[in-house]
Design a protein around this ligand. Structure first.
Ligand code: SAM
Length: 320
């Protein structure tokens, strides 16, 4: 994105003229969806719904002019639209964000899709699925699954308390809060239970690559959501260690991976005796999700001792 000075808007300027001017400025700064983003910013500044802008485009901006200039300046300085609006759509649902949550990415819908396909083709969507979402962030993965699976229950876990507060708000907004337990903890270490589905989109950027990320990501997504350690695989190692104890005998894990990480992540999971692998590509054809289940051998002794106790999840002190 090319940086230029922010535009100013006059109180007498019509909203539709401001919209055109802002669209041109965003396009000149190489913002791909300039028209859409300009409209969202004008709507946010004026407090309009989409239809309002069509009907009220001829009205002067009035006091909204100052607000619009401030929002435009933030966008032109590289702040992502979702951060400015404080929300992002995922799986057709609005998710509120906070500075601690990653902005949900469209490619993560590949994971939701793969998990739902598994549910439909095995016990069906009406089954009381027991789901664990590791690194829940805004809750976009786990909560989308709950919306689709009416009898499922979810444990949403994150190391950050603040993300759990945001995820809890999203759970309420989507009417599924009664089916969610929130846990603050370090991957699977905080849990003694087994699940039908374990889903995760862990941080997977190699620490040396973070500086080279786009400014929208590097300067605005939380480091805890990006930093995957020296080779980007630290979180997968920690998660893989815990999975054999977290998956029910016929359970299945779905892990999002970065470009080219499907092979190394599969190898990590194999080393913990998970088996029956499948990979799922996103719309760009990148292998984005690795899925696996326990082998016959690993589904014996140790894991059978761990029974799911739905009522046993408690918030840690200070958690939402
Ligand atoms: C890439 S973000 C994914 C967020 C969300 N699931 C999504 O797909 O948009 C990774 C998440 O893992 C959390 N996280 C990082 N380290 C963790 C750890 N040791 N234990 C649990 N969660 C962790 C981060 O706070 C962040 O919310």
């Amino acid at each position: 994105m090319t940086r230029r000075s922010a535009p100013s808007f006059g109180a007498d300027q019509r909203a539709d003229q401001a919209l055109s001017a802002l669209r041109d400025r965003l396009a000149a700064s190489r913002i791909v969806s300039a028209a859409l983003e300009a409209r969202c910013l004008v709507e946010a500044a004026c407090g309009y719904e989409r239809a309002d802008l069509v009907a009220n485009g001829h009205r002067p901006l009035g006091e909204s002019a100052t607000r619009l200039a401030a929002l435009a300046a933030r966008r032109l300085a590289g702040e992502p639209l979702a951060r400015i609006l404080g929300a992002r759509e995922f799986w057709g649902l609005p998710f509120s964000l906070s500075p601690a949550t990653l902005v949900p990415r469209p490619e993560t819908e590949t994971l939701v899709e793969a998990a739902l396909r598994h549910c439909s083709s095995t016990r069906g969507k009406q089954h009381p699925w027991r789901i664990l979402d590791l690194g829940t962030g805004s809750g976009c993965i786990g909560l989308s699954l709950l919306v689709e699976l009416p009898h499922a229950t979810l444990v949403a876990l994150d190391r950050s308390f603040e993300t759990l507060m945001t995820a809890r708000g999203n759970a309420r907004q989507h009417g599924v809060a009664a089916r969610v337990s929130f846990i603050a903890g370090d991957w699977g270490n905080a849990i003694r239970a087994s699940f039908d589905l374990v889903v995760a989109n862990p941080p997977y950027v190699a620490v040396g690559d973070i500086q080279g990320l786009e400014v929208e990501v590097r300067d605005h997504d939380p480091r805890l959501a990006l930093d995957g350690g020296a080779d980007g695989l630290d979180a997968y190692r920690a998660i893989a260690r815990g999975l054999p104890n977290l998956l029910a005998a016929d359970g299945r894990a779905f892990l999002e991976v970065g470009r080219g990480q499907d092979g190394p992540v599969r190898a990590l999971l194999e080393s913990t005796e998970l088996t029956s692998f499948s990979c799922h590509a996103d719309l760009a054809g990148i292998l984005r999700v690795v899925s696996a289940g326990p082998s016959e051998a690993s589904s014996g002794g140790q894991r059978r001792k761990l029974k799911f106790q739905q009522a046993s999840f408690e918030m840690h002190p200070g958690a939402p």
